[in-house]
Design a protein around this ligand. Structure first.
Ligand code: GKR
Ligand code: MG
Length: 427
């Protein structure tokens, strides 16, 4: 009998995994365009003490099936026993490596599949632990070292609206001037002090021109460019040299650790990644080769909040920078990312978020507000966000009605432009 099986345990009595869909604009990237709806899963964990916890994860069909399999295996577990939670997740998924890779987040190993599933339950367990103790999740991670967490404006080349629909509020952005306008709108509404441009969409010289236009328009704002491996080594080096002194970091210019290392040897800015270092097994070879200088952590696939703290210690030891990656997400994830980042001293870069691109959510509005580009760490117990049950039901209905069960930017693009090919690298 383990210690956690003894006295006073708060046990998991039920787990509900609900797929949801929310409207998403036609954002372009290196492999296509965002579908009209982004899909996510909302995880509700109920306990013997009547306290419930929330988690959020990907909504792709294979991942949903794995979450449900793991959910069944976690019933009866003490909510403080997250080590055992990971062991049960691993046992439940043994041999069930998933083929779905949500967004541009690199290749998935069996360990990665386990960590992707575990992460959502770990966050819900931390939410419950915090509620039981009357402390915010940040306190469970050692306490906040910053009271608010800065995020970056995530700019995208985009169409005006999905075909057949009215233009969305940001409108079309297919050149430098339109991206500067997009940045103005986002910065004036949210106050961001850093900008990330999703590249890999237009020819590299047009993306260089866009970054230069952003630099001119916003001289004091940190700039990043992420073409999601759309460039060869030679193109990456050319772009890196053109943008010397302009970029805070260049993210995933080219595929693979060796090619990234060659680029890193030939450009002056740091290289960042959420594609070639996506699990603990990638870290040692990346350090040995000198492939990257900044890792974009993401608790959704690095295995939850405590695992990202583990990664932060590695980054600290090997003098690597730490930033945070996002995919289209809802408020439960934003709360989790904020608590985590508040408690990681060396997470000094403004975090990515797709937040400004959505107009609906599953949480009760209120605790997560951007002021000067940052979110104050919620002080209420747990994650500090509350589920809006009507909104959850509505977004679930939307999931059922929209018919999207996998994220596929390429297939959606090909349904509109049959000749489109997602070639990486393309230039
Ligand atoms: O939302 O299109 C997108 C992004 O390209 C996303 O899928 C990536 O995973 O944001 C991500 C990134 O930094 O590569
Ligand atoms: Mg990236």
């Amino acid at each position: 009998m383990t210690k956690s099986q003894t006295t006073n345990a708060t046990r998991i009595t039920n787990i509900r995994v609900t797929p949801v869909a929310f409207r998403d604009p036609p954002l372009l990237n290196a492999v296509g365009v965002h579908q009209p709806f982004a899909i996510r899963s909302v995880i509700e964990v109920a306990t013997s003490d009547g306290v419930t916890g929330l988690g959020e994860s990907y909504g792709d069909a294979g991942h949903l099936a794995r979450l449900r399999l793991v959910g069944d295996a976690l019933v009866g577990l003490d909510v403080f026993a997250t080590n055992e939670m990971l062991r049960r997740t691993s046992r439940a998924l043994h041999g069930a490596v998933g083929a779905d890779r949500h967004g541009l987040t690199g290749q998935i190993s069996e360990a990665g599949t386990v960590l992707r599933a575990y992460a959502a339950f770990e966050v819900a367990a931390l939410d419950i632990q915090g509620k039981l103790l009357g402390r915010p999740v940040a306190d469970l991670l050692g306490g906040a070292v910053r009271t608010s967490v800065p995020y970056s404006a995530y700019l995208f080349y985009k169409w005006a609206g999905h075909p057949g629909e009215k233009p969305d509020r940001y409108g079309e952005a297919l050149d430098a001037d339109a991206i500067v306008l997009q940045a103005r709108t986002m910065l004036s509404e949210y106050g961001f002090r850093a900008i990330k441009l999703k590249g890999g969409v237009l020819a590299p010289e047009e993306e260089i021109a866009t970054i230069e236009a952003l630099r001119e328009a916003f001289p004091d704002v940190a700039l990043r460019l992420d073409p999601n491996t759309a460039w060869s080594v030679a193109t990456s080096i050319n772009v890196g040299r053109e943008l010397e002194g302009v970029l805070e970091y260049l993210e995933d210019p080219t595929p693979g650790l060796d090619a990234m290392a060659e680029v890193a040897r030939n450009v002056s800015m740091p290289l960042a990644t959420n594609m070639c270092v996506v699990g603990f097994e990638d870290v040692a070879p990346a350090i040995a080769k000198g492939s990257v200088q900044v890792i974009l952590a993401d608790p959704h696939y690095w295995g939850g909040l405590a695992k990202v703290q583990g990664l932060s210690a590695i980054c600290d030891t090997f003098d690597l920078g730490l930033s945070m990656h996002s995919n289209s997400h809802l408020g439960i994830s934003l709360a989790a990312m904020t608590h985590l980042a508040s408690a990681v001293p060396n997470l000094t870069y403004a975090l990515d978020t797709h937040w400004p691109w959505k107009d609906e959510d599953v949480i009760v509005e209120g605790p997560l507000r951007f002021v000067d580009g940052a979110i104050s760490v919620p002080s209420a117990p747990g994650l500090g966000v509350e589920l809006d049950c009507d909104a959850l039901a509505r977004l679930h209905e939307q999931y059922l009605a929209c018919g999207i069960t996998e994220r596929s930017d390429t297939i959606y693009m090909q349904s509109l432009h049959p000749d489109y090919r997602a070639e990486l690298p393309r230039w």
